[in-house]
Design a protein around this ligand. Sequence first.
Ligand code: HEC
Length: 170
Amino acid sequence: MSREEDTAFLKTFSMVIGLLVGVTILLIIVATFVIGGGGNEERQELARQRAEQNLKPVGGVRLSGEPMPAVAKSEASGGEEASSGPRTGQAVVQNVCIACHQGGFQNAPAIGDKEGWKPRADKGLSTLASHVKNGFGNMPAQGGAASDEEIRRAIKWMLEEETGLEVPQG
Ligand code: HEC
């Protein structure tokens, strides 16, 4: 190649590179505009709301004096209760206890596991209710999440109706 040819090649080459760089910059500008452009705040707000909803706990602690949350009145209450008063055993279990007693979390006896529950059921309802209220072994106290009556109902529902055991009163 002669010197002139080299120069000509270099010129064309630089022009092509320059053009590509220009196109790249243009694409970056367009992309920034599309992503950062109109409606961005709205979208962020939507994303925030959705994240908030996803992070909401399934069950909550109700401070005395606070009105019952709407969810407690829904079908989860088994339809037996009026809009106030203690929840049904099923509703309490589904809101509170199921977190541990379905999957056997920290060796919690699972709903339906007759052998696991039998020796515990024999302790009697009063003993069990106080264990649930104040905590027992690996189970933290549940008194903040359910009233005494609700805890009794939850135990009966879990052990008698769902597992098929007898829980003596004692
Ligand atoms: C954070 C997890 C967790 C939650 C929530 C929970 N439990 Fe438990 N529960 C356990 C574990 C773990 C045990 C086994 C405790 C042990 O023997 O160490 C247990 C044991 C029990 C026992 C047997 C107690 C005994 O004296 O043998 C009963 C009854 C019971 N749970 C009922 C309930 C009820 C009713 C609820 C809901 C109001 C509930 N639990 C919520 C984890 C939980």
